[in-house]
Design a binder for this molecule. Structure first.
Ligand code: NAP
Length: 294
């Protein structure tokens, strides 16, 4: 049986290693990136280069998009040189970027009108997960389309879950971001509390991390806060994009999300101090300024 022809649009920090894993799994892949130079490594590894999203769609049965935000996904799918201009009948578009659930649902309708299908399949696991092929993939769309795309997901991730219909993958990704960011604030507060009271914050972390308060954020970000290591694993600017999407979705649903709003406001303060490109653990700097602790 001939391997499924794949297309991939957006070879950034996440997209580049994902393409490499698809090639390693034996898929033929046609790639497009707005900045052409970023396709060189993939082409050297065997990918075919296209010069527009339309051209990718003309050559592919399954097209993956991995770009920045909602307007960018709209651009590469529904723009004048977009995927919809070249979509083959029965083709599937999988958007793996983190974007708005409502924009996703609109795009899914447009793609279905043109005889294709869409899955939203955002990921968590960062660039390390993208490189290792261990991403967590949360998908929204039709079950039969998800089944058809499983071989592709298996080349990219270690867990893949169909969580509901169109937009629900994005919704679950935003739940992930609420959990991560509110927990981040709890870690900042506990570290500040320990310091002000005169306890060594590293000892506090050691003492509580195997109990009910243990978490990924505490284990990974806590020690970096204490060491004033603000190098990015995940940048504040990108986190703010995701929190804005979550707050917008909460507003659309008329759902109060007070803790989420508070974290986004404190991150605004970090951005105002030029810390947008630092890691999310730099949230603690907002609390240090409020508490007059430097
Ligand atoms: P990135 O390195 O900034 O890459 C973004 C890619 O999108 C680049 O290839 C860029 O092209 C392309 N792009 C942006 N706007 C475009 C447009 N209007 N038209 C055409 N191409 C466009 O970002 P990333 O870290 O790979 O993130 C990609 C997505 O994954 C985002 O939605 C992000 O939230 C999500 N995500 C990221 C992480 C992470 O740890 N980085 C983790 C989970 C999820 P150029 O090269 O020309 O700029």
């Amino acid at each position: 049986m001939q391997a499924t022809q794949l297309g991939f649009i957006g070879l950034g920090i996440m997209g580049q290693p994902m393409v490499m894993n698809l090639l390693k799994a034996g898929f033929p892949v046609t790639v497009y990136n707005r900045t052409t130079s970023k396709t060189e490594a993939a082409v050297a590894a065997g990918a075919a280069r296209a010069y527009s999203p339309r051209e990718v769609a003309e050559k592919s049965e399954i097209i993956i998009t991995m770009v920045t935000d909602s307007p960018d996904v709209v651009d590469v799918i529904a723009g004048s040189e977009g995927v919809l201009q070249g979509l083959r009948p029965g083709a599937v578009v999988i958007d793996m970027s983190t974007i708005s659930p409502s924009v996703t649902r609109r795009l899914a309708l447009e793609i279905e009108k043109q005889g294709g299908d869409m899955l939203d399949a955002p990921v968590s696991g960062g660039d390390t997960g993208a490189k290792a092929g261990t991403l967590a993939i949360m998908a929204g769309g039709k079950a039969e389309v998800f089944e058809r795309c499983l071989p592709v997901f298996r080349a990219l991730g270690k867990s893949m879950t169909l969580v509901g219909g169109h937009g629900m993958g994005q919704t679950v990704k935003l739940c992930n971001q609420i959990l991560v960011s509110v927990n981040n604030l709890a870690v900042c507060e506990a570290v500040q509390f320990a310091r002000r009271a005169g306890v060594d914050a590293n000892i506090m972390i050691e003492a509580v991390k195997n109990g009910a308060a243990g978490s990924w954020q505490l284990n990974n970000l806590g020690p970096r806060m204490v060491a004033s290591d603000f190098a990015p694993g995940f940048m504040i600017d990108l986190q703010q994009k995701d929190l804005a999407l979550a707050l917008e979705a909460a507003r659309e649903m008329k759902l109060p999300s007070p803790a989420l709003a508070l974290v986004a406001q404190l991150f605004n303060g970090c951005q105002a101090h030029g810390e947008g490109r630092e890691g999310t653990q730099a949230l603690i700097k907002s609390l240090q300024r409020l508490g007059n602790m430097h």
